[in-house]
Design a protein around this ligand. Structure first.
Ligand code: PLP
Length: 409
């Protein structure tokens, strides 16, 4: 099945109660059993079933199955937000004294999270470009995971997932990728060699900006060494499923970052048009980036542009597409603010992956808590504007940006 067909006819579809074309919203905390012994078995994982919605819910499970299937994983766990997914995936495999290697150009909240982990004795060493040459020298005897974004937000660096996965595996390390901006439409990181994929499904997967959520997908192929990844001790018998098992029955249950059933439902609905939206969004983003570059706008960054260093990688790894985000520089913060205020269609809002075009000045918003050095490493300057391109007609979008830019002059 091709991607769009799979969105509507995948394995996880077709088993909903009463022939529903969508899963029902199981808006309930608890599940009642006529016979206590059955509930007892459910609790000890000896019988299938649901007990309490923090530890399992049918609507959430339907969403997890859909994403796991689309990413080619062995299982997925949905969380209350993308940040909850990142926190829980990392806490599941790290112990005090362990080190992470991660991209300096990652999402601002993720950079902040690495700061939180420092206080728990988990240190992060940063690479700038997501290349084997930059990552390999950062590996120490304490490294336990390599983390990066497939297309980093908003620095727009693209990871060669196959190359970095091969490096990670040579050193017995798992590769965790945040594929929020690539989406399962542009890439399947597990097939490229990554071990765990994370999405902020608040973004493209949901698509309409109506629910915050995250999801973690396990490829189920990483050969955990329990004397090396000591955080997974106690889960030896699950072998390659140790990460997923600890995550579901221990970390996720206890940290309490479950997804609300209603939000899972909204994601299942949104997911059905992911392919349509992404192909339109990528087309629009490429057209807008091209038009801005031709108009002489400074430092237009879009991964699929011929002027971007990752252009070739987009062709090889991302179906020739560059995603929905582009950045450019306005010349000064004042001009950036003026451009934002002059835009008619693009909404000034802190989000990406919506059907509508959104714009933001990252330095004074999403990267506010990062240091100046962290911001610059992430390609965020005082005059940088980030655009999350929507599904409007590209002619209108191009006109809108060009008029706002000339008005700001
Ligand atoms: C938004 C985002 C996150 C955080 O997700 P939330 O759902 O907002 O918690 C993480 N990574 C990337 C790349 C993002 O864009």
């Amino acid at each position: 099945m091709e991607f769009n067909t799979k969105l509507l006819h995948g394995q996880a579809v077709g088993s909903y109660p009463n022939g529903g074309t969508l899963p029902p919203i199981a808006q309930t905390n608890a599940f009642r059993y006529d016979c206590f012994e059955t509930l007892e078995k459910v609790f000890s994982h000896k019988a299938m079933g649901f007990a309490y919605s923090r530890i399992g819910n049918p609507t959430v499970a339907a969403f997890e199955q859909r994403i796991s299937e689309l990413e080619g994983g062995v299982g997925a766990i949905a969380t209350s937000s993308g940040m909850a997914a990142l926190s829980m995936a990392l806490l599941c495999i790290l112990s005090p004294g362990d080190e992470i290697i991660a991209g300096s150009g990652s999402y601002g909240g993720t950079i902040d999270l690495f700061g939180n982990l420092e206080k728990l004795g988990i240190h992060t060493r940063f690479f700038h470009e997501p290349t084997v040459e930059e990552i390999e020298p950062l590996i120490t005897p304490r490294t336990r995971v390599i983390f990066g974004e497939v297309i980093s937000n908003p620095s727009l660096r693209v990871m060669d997932v196959a190359a970095v996965a091969a490096l990670a595996h040579q050193h017995k390390l798992p590769l965790i990728v945040d594929s929020t901006t690539a989406t399962p439409y542009l890439a399947n990181p597990l097939a490229l060699g990554a071990d765990i994929v994370i999405h902020s499904s608040s973004k493209y997967i949901n698509g309409s900006g109506d629910a915050i959520s995250g999801v973690i997908v396990d490829g189920g192929k990483f050969p955990w060494d329990f004397s090396f990844h000591t955080a997974l001790q106690g889960f030896e018998k699950y072998k390659k499923l140790a990460f997923l098992t600890r995550l579901r029955t221990d970390i996720w249950e206890n940290f309490g970052g479950c997804l609300a059933p209603m939000n899972a439902f909204l994601n299942v609905v949104g997911l059905e048009t992911l392919g349509l939206r992404m192909s339109r969004i990528c087309e629009n983003a490429a057209a807008l980036a091209q038009a801005l570059e031709e108009a002489g706008v400074a430092e237009v960054r879009y991964p699929a542009l011929a002027s971007h260093p990752a252009h070739g990688l987009c062709a090889r790894q991302l179906r020739g597409m560059g995603g929905g985000i582009l950045t450019f520089r306005a010349g000064s913060k004042e001009k950036a603010v003026s451009i934002l205020n002059h835009l008619r269609y693009a909404a000034i809002a802190s989000n990406i992956g919506d059907v509508r075009t959104l714009v933001i000045h990252p330095a004074s918003t999403i990267a506010l808590k990062n240091t100046k050095e962290q911001r610059q490493a992430g390609g965020i300057y005082q005059d940088t504007i980030r655009v999350s391109v929507g599904i409007e007609d590209s002619k209108d979008l191009i006109q809108d940006f060009l008029q706002a830019i000339s008005a700001a002059e």
